[in-house]
Design a protein around this ligand. Structure first.
Ligand code: LLP
Length: 443
């Protein structure tokens, strides 16, 4: 079976260069760290484009596939430009993500707006910008959206997000398709939603159904299960309401390989399974071949990203752990403390050093739980060494905070020996730029 880029821990261009340093995208990571400072997010363009190609090839036999990158994984203007060039559309979940893709020059018909509690202002913005599809999550939103569309004398083109009742084995916090979920219409509520659209909400046009099971998924079987339910519902709605729906959105979720323990399927595995299942349900339910939206986020961007840190202090607990402190941590990568996520790292400037020791890489933030990697074997570390943590492209920068009033890191895009800043490092003035001191407290 052909492998795909989400099955690698490291970016495809990772190598040791002639100086003995770790090198990604043709750029020496030690030089990047000294040139741009640390912590530093690095995105390898070749890896990103390579996974896009894996997805496109895997679904080439089903031409009605629409790839919508889930921007929540990492939403910056340059990354958006690359995905737009690769022919991807965008799944967005906020005014901020919509605005980012809009300002990046994306055709807004290629954008989908998701989310469980969209505001009237966000829905109005999506309508003004002619966002292609809005995936409506609940009854309140149907009413809100119809009002927003009526006020603009527009038709809102929607999908209904449903909860298919499928559980997947991932962290509880990132499961979404099980029955008792906060997302989407329960299967028993779909008919009422359709009746309301047909009789009351004149400014809404329904095109199809949407589901998303969860994230960091390794089980391939859930996609066919999901397609079965979506196709069955489409058939049922046609019979009951004479409603022709020709779009299904099967969400995102394909996993990545953070450590050797993770064995995610390839895009080719899931592509084949999904296409076979689509052909099966088209035949079984005698429905027209639907347009199929996919919303992968993590599997698109995770592997292309690494984070560089500089080693600072270290502490050997007598007869206990050796902690090595980095200049970043839970504010630039909250995943270990939130989900017990595990990562792999290398020392960028000591690839050829053989004397190793087991250490725990601790973050700089004032929390005992701010540990990036527990018990990792690395070359013996000194302060000033550069640590490269792999697979940080997804849900790191997008979930970063300013905890402890620390500036968010910069991000560079590397490709063929070129490095470009794509997100500037925050400075101290950025941190206070939204603060306001009432006159009576001024000095
Ligand atoms: N579509 C919908 C409706 C979603 O809710 C999500 C992710 C995706 C697509 C993209 O899923 P992906 O392909 O990235 O797995 N912060 C967590 C992940 C939360 C995922 C939320 N929804 C983490 O760091 O693991």
């Amino acid at each position: 079976m052909t492998s795909s880029t989400n099955q690698f821990i490291k970016p495809v261009t990772t190598k040791i260069n002639s100086k003995g340093n770790l090198d990604i995208g043709g750029c020496d990571l030690v030089e990047l760290a000294s040139g741009y400072g640390t912590p530093l997010y690095v995105i390898d363009e070749e890896t990103l484009r390579s996974i896009c190609k894996d997805y496109k090839k895997a679904f080439a036999n089903y031409p009605k596939t629409r790839m919508m990158y889930a921007s929540k994984a990492l939403c910056t203007s340059a990354v958006t430009r690359i995905l737009d060039e690769e022919g991807f559309g965008f799944d967005t979940v906020s005014a901020g993500e919509i605005y980012t893709v809009y300002k990046s020059g994306v055709n807004m018909q290629h954008v989908l707006f998701n989310g469980s509690n969209k505001t009237f202002e966000e829905l109005s913005m999506a309508l003004s910008l002619d966002v292609g599809r809005i995936s409506v999550d609940n009854f309140y939103e149907l009413e809100l959206l119809n009002g927003a569309a009526a006020a603009k004398d527009k038709i809102a083109h929607i999908l209904l997000r449903i909860t298919p009742g499928i559980e997947c084995h991932t962290h509880e916090y990132i499961q979404t398709g099980h029955l008792d979920s906060k997302f989407g219409f329960d299967l028993t509520q779909i008919d009422t939603a359709v009746e309301l659209i047909q009789t009351k909400y004149k400014n809404i046009q329904l095109h199809g159904l949407h589901a998303h099971i969860g994230s960091q998924i390794f089980e391939t079987g859930i996609y066919p299960d999901e397609i079965e339910i979506l196709a069955r519902e489409i058939k049922r709605l046609d019979e009951k309401f004479n409603l022709k729906l020709d779009e299904i959105n099967i969400g995102g979720g394909l996993g990545v390989k953070y450590t050797e323990k993770d064995v995610p399927p390839s895009t080719y595995d899931i592509g084949e399974l999904i296409i076979n299942k689509l052909n099966e349900v088209i035949e079984k339910y005698q429905i027209d071949a639907p347009t199929v939206f996919l919303e992968p986020g993590r599997s698109i961007i995770s592997t292309s990203g690494v984070t560089l840190y500089t080693v600072g202090s270290s502490k050997q607990v007598p007869f206990g752990t050796k902690y090595v402190a980095l200049d970043g941590g839970m504010a630039d990568n909250p995943r270990p403390s939130m989900y017990q996520a595990e990562y792999v790292a290398d020392v960028a400037n000591k690839k050829e050093v053989t004397l190793k020791e087991k250490v725990t890489l601790a973050g700089r933030y004032c929390e005992s739980g701010d540990i990036l990697i527990k018990n990792i074997e690395l070359p013996v570390l000194d302060s000033g060494d550069i640590i490269c943590v792999y697979n940080t492209g997804a849900y790191n920068y997008s979930m970063a905070s300013n905890y402890n009033r620390v500036q968010k890191p910069a991000m560079v895009l590397v490709n063929n020996g070129d490095a470009h800043i794509i997100v500037e490092r925050e400075n101290l003035d950025d941190l206070i730029s939204h603060d306001v001191i009432p006159d009576r407290l001024k000095k």
